[in-house]
Design a protein around this ligand. Sequence first.
Ligand code: HEM
Length: 492
Amino acid sequence: MIIIVSLLLYYLLKQKLWCNCEICDAYLTLSWSKQFDNLCDWFTYLLKKSPTNTIHIHVLGNTITANPDNVEYMLKTRFDNFPKGKPFSTILGDLLGRGIFNVDGESWRFQKKMASLELDRSSIRSYALEIIHQVIEHRLVPLLSSVAATKDQNGVVLDLQDIFRRFSFDSMCRFSFGLDPRCLELSLPLSEFSVAFDLASKLSAERAMTVSPLIWKIKRWLNLGSERKLKEAIKIIDILALDVIKQRRKMGFLTHKDLLSRFMRTVNDDTYLRDIVISFLLAGRDTVASALTSFVWLLAKHPHVVSAVRIEADTIVGPNQNLKSFEQLRQLHYLQAALYESMRLYPPIQFDSKFCEEDDVLPDGTFVKSGTRVTYHPYAMGRINEIWGPDCLEFKPERWLRDGVFYPENSFKYPVFQAGLRVCLGKEMAMVELKSVALSLVRRFEIELVAVTPHRHVPRFSPGLTATFSGGLPVLVRERVLSPSLHDNFIT
Ligand code: HEM
């Protein structure tokens, strides 16, 4: 016990845990929450006010920036000086092991090369599209239709955020492992794997929120409370993942199309394979669900955008016609613009941190001390006049279109998928998923928000790695009256 207390005291003395400046005081006393709904909104306010769009929170030893030049410097120019770093990899290490999401250096380079090679193949693209199609047509749409058909005078309220999380877990599990957890089948109990995965990602994220890492490390050492639960959840994930790998080795993996089977052709170490695939699952699950949740929320507040998406779909695909090809999906420029615009205002990963290896100076003149954290903040960046103009707070898909054609912006201005060398590897798959789900929903259903707190104009987020609406996204769903052919909307 004496050792633990001494370690804690040593840590507290080493850190600058007390600071009287206004910002640190507001942070420590939580007084910011009197004026702002979310921590990210308070940081946005501070970043907008700073002449360089960069701030420093002394008690956290954290530089936070919304300046695109700084973002480019960290993610590209001086990439090697701004790795994810040990503090981050320790937090997620028990769950992710040596998986791509959690490593730097050679191990990252190796996995990035291998994953890029696989994800660039057209065979994996059509496999991903096939899975997304199946989950939408055979799970998501029937589920929403059955809720819409319920004969209840007041309608049945559905939490769409929860449905999107189930959708992306089913899709990502099939894509990564070739496993079907059937989370979208509400009549079935949730699979042990999905419960364990949910718990493990939640508890791992909570580690990042403790005042000092020593607290969770001591709990882990003593196998107490949340750390004991985390260990148990990870054990369930390990058993299942390693069992799938063993079975796949026995039955042969050469003919399977999922990511795991593809990686098995190059990697022999089963634990390493488990780590690689679990990273993909984590990276692709909550992000997609988060993007869909805020998109539906914004659409409900902007009916003219819903009409424009429908008109474009009727023009490209044909009224009451099924989507016929991947190419048609690509031609939906307005839909792509609307999704990009939605993630500009509500990025699924609101902020992302790196650790500075050696003392450095950012392009705006900010000094960064070695061993400290530097965070870029896509949520704040989407709200900065100098980046997006005076109408930056408005939801305007048109800002991404030139003569009706979608034009991407500089990725350091819009680091929603990160940018530079470590840019998201699943960006294309994510866009196919988002467009496909959005198209199916908008063409077939009318979705009405049910106000949880009627006077709230902005969503309130729960703390975590990915933006999550606290209280979910309660909606009422009605089926639109369509000719029968559209009831099978997707590529056949
Ligand atoms: C709207 C959906 C998505 C968004 C906004 C998004 C965003 C991001 C961001 C910001 C990062 C950098 C995280 C960091 O380094 O700390 C990232 C990395 C990554 N993403 Fe995505 N992602 C999405 C969907 C997906 C999907 C569907 C997959 C899988 C197919 C995926 C796979 C990955 C992987 C493997 C990495 C790690 C790349 C590396 O470290 O080199 N993502 N993503």
